[in-house]
Structures are given as structure tokens and as C-alpha cells.
Design a binder for this molecule. Sequence first.
Ligand SMILES: [Zn+2]
Length: 258
Amino acid sequence: MGWSDAQLVAVAQRTGRKVVQTWSPWNRGEMGQVLGVLLHHTGTPRNGLVSPSLRIVREGRSDLQNALCNYYIDKSGVIYCVTSKRAWHAGYGNCHGYTDANVNFLGIEAESDGQEWTEATRTSYYLLVGSILRATGKDQSWAPRHAEYALPPGRKIDFSGMDITLFRRDVETVRLGGFNLKTPEQLEEEELMAAKDDIIDGVVKALVTDQYDGRSLVAREVWRQNRSDLADPKSEISKRLNELVRNAVADALKGVQS
Ligand SMILES: [Zn+2]
């Protein structure tokens, strides 16, 4: 059995990079056990866009009506979760005797014309490959470039255009745990902090609008959760609240004056 959507997302999130879920509308069947990952580049000609291939890798095209990868990385290093189902990225080849890699290998498409890479894309790429290999427990022989897998030899060239030895070294550091991936606990802590920010924003909105009557549920909730922190004017949460109030008041005054 392949990975669930949640597993696919979690493995990406451990990199600490920005992760976006943008699921393909196609479902061409479940994957088998995930053993490794195939490394591609999109080959899209250079242009000013950040994620020019996102639509095609998610929606496919008239002759390939399916997701064309499981993960996509854009030029700003954002990792997109495209499908946990079988994507069509591999074609015929061989890796450890597996000749239809779509079944047991995830596919990563990363944005590059095959000559130039942004540092952000490269960084997300080796972090993601390292994270996947840690999840599967396999070494890098299970993460071939498409060119190394595809048969007959020379059928594919991707990925190319960067120092592959250096890339492999960085993947290895991640795979062996030398470059820390985030633990589920760290991620939970970050989510909590983000939720706190949302609550504070809600309180500020309540404070600066006439909806605030001193019994606002949001305000009461933030007070309940952060009583000790809010009582301390030097705490991060107090500082942030003060800053938000100042900005909101300044904005409101601007509105009045203009
Ligand atoms: Zn490829």
C-alpha cells in the first residue's frame, strides 16, 4: 500500500520548508509500497514565473491525463503535494529490478530548465529527498535521477544542470540525520504559535471595532490561554499585541483623516 495524503504531507513538512497541498483531480490507482523516489526537472524554458509547471504536473495534458509527479518544487522552494496516488513520471527503466517505477517510487518534479537552478529549489530538493529516504529507510541507490533509471540509456537527461556530487552529499547529510529535519513535536509547537497569532489578530480586530463589548469570546479565549504571558508586558505575546494595536489604531486614524 502507498502513502496516505497525510503521510505525503508530513514527510514534506519535516523539511521545514513551505508546503502547499494542491491535489491532482486524477486518481489512476494506488501506489504499492513506497521504496524510493525518482528525481526529475520540469525542463520548462526559463521565464519570469515562479511555478510555471504547477498546473501541468497537477492536471496532466491531453495525452497524459494524470498527475505527472507526487511532489513539485517551484523556484521559490515551495514544496507542493500533488498526489499520493500513482503519478505518471517514470516510464520504462530499471532500479533494483523495478521496471515500472510509478508503482513503488515517488516522483519529484523540480522547476528548472535543466541548466539553471535557484538556490531555494536546490535546498528544498535535497531536504525533501533526504526526508523521503529517512521515511523509507533506504539509501540513495533508491533515489536515482530519471536519466539513471530510464531505459534505453539516454532516453532521459533529467535532472541535470547542477553539481550532482554536491547534491548527493547534501542528501546524504539529511538522510543520516546530520542536518536536522523537524520532529512532529517541533511542527506541533510551530502550529500552536501560528494559532496564537491568529487569536491575537482576532482580539485586536475585536478591540478596534465596535463589536468589542468586553465579553468577546475571542478575547476571553486568548486571555484564558495566555493569562500569565499577557500579564507580563515584556512577554513576546504582549509585545506583539501592543504592536498590533498600535498599527490597527494608526490604520484607523488614517482612514478618518483621508
Ligand atoms: Zn523526468
